[in-house]
Design a binder for this molecule. Structure first.
Ligand code: PRP
Ligand code: URA
Length: 207
C-alpha cells in the first residue's frame, strides 16, 4: 500500500495556519506555499540514492556523497506551479515536466489540457499539487505518467482529504503521498474541509 506521510513539524503547522486564514492576501499566500514546498520536498526526497565521490577540502582529500538519482518534478497546473520553485531550488539539476488539468466544476472529473513530460523511464518523479481533494486529478496524472514509463512517483501535496487518499491509494498503491495535513473530508462541491479554499485562485489572486 501507499505510504502516507504527514509532515509533522512546527514550521509546517505554523505556515499551514496562515494558508487556512481567509484574510491572508494572495501574495503572502503564494510566498507561504513556496516556503512549505522547501520543507516538504526535504522529507519527500529522503529516499533518494546517493553515491560517494572524492572531493578535496581545503585540508585534505575525502569521500563525500552526491545525489545519484535522476529527478523529474511535475507540477500540476495551475496550483502546482506555486510549489515548483521551492522543489527546484532544493534539486536544481532536476528536470521538469508539466501537466495541465482542471476539475470540471459539475462532475468533479479531471480534464487534461496540456502535457509536456520529458523522458521519465528511469527517473524518480515528484508530482506536486497543493490539493488532493477527490483525488481525481492526481490519480489521473499518475496513470498518465505511468503510461509514459514512470515507475517511481512520490506525491507532494499540502492538504489531503481521506477520500482523495483512498482513491490514489486504491488506484496506485505503489505511490507514496507526503502532505502537511489530512483534513476532515470534502463538502458537496468537492472542496476540502476545513481546507484552504481554492488554492489556484488564492495563489494567483483570481478569486
Ligand atoms: C485544484 C487543485 C488540484 C485539484 C484537486 O485544481 O490544484 O489539481 O483541484 O481536486 P481533485 O483532487 O478533486 O481532483 P483546479 O481544478 O481548481 O484547477 P486550477 O489549479 O487550474 O485552478
Ligand atoms: N481544489 C482546491 O483548490 N481546493 C479544494 O479544496 C479542492 C480542490
Amino acid at each position: 500500500m501507499s505510504k502516507i506521510t504527514v509532515i509533522d513539524h512546527p514550521l509546517v503547522k505554523h505556515k499551514l495556519t496562515h494558508l487556512r486564514d481567509k484574510t491572508t492576501e494572495h501574495f503572502v499566500f503564494r510566498k507561504i506555499v513556496n516556503e512549505l514546498s522547501y520543507l516538504m520536498v526535504y522529507e519527500a526526497t529522503r529516499g533518494l540514492k546517493t553515491r560517494s565521490v572524492e572531493v578535496e577540502t581545503p585540508l585534505e582529500k575525502t569521500n563525500s556523497d552526491v545525489l545519484d538519482d535522476d529527478v523529474v518534478i511535475v507540477p500540476i497546473l495551475r496550483a502546482g506551479l506555486g510549489m515548483l520553485e521551492g522543489c527546484q531550488s532544493m534539486i536544481p539539476n532536476a528536470r521538469v515536466g508539466f501537466v495541465g488539468i482542471y476539475r470540471n466544476e459539475e462532475t468533479l472529473e479531471p480534464v487534461e489540457y496540456y502535457l509536456k513530460i520529458p523522458n521519465v523511464e528511469n527517473a524518480k518523479l515528484l508530482l506536486v499539487d497543493p490539493m488532493l481533494a477527490t483525488g481525481g486529478s492526481l490519480s489521473a496524472t499518475v496513470t498518465r505518467l505511468k503510461g509514459l514509463g514512470a515507475r517511481h512517483i512520490n506525491i507532494i501535496c499540502i492538504l489531503a482529504s481521506p477520500e482523495g487518499i483512498r482513491k490514489v491509494e486504491g488506484e496506485h498503491p505503489d505511490v507514496d503521498i507526503f502532505c502537511a495535513c489530512i483534513d476532515d473530508g470534502l463538502d458537496r462541491n468537492g472542496y476540502i474541509l476545513p481546507g484552504i479554499g481554492d488554492c489556484g485562485d488564492r495563489i494567483f489572486g483570481t478569486l
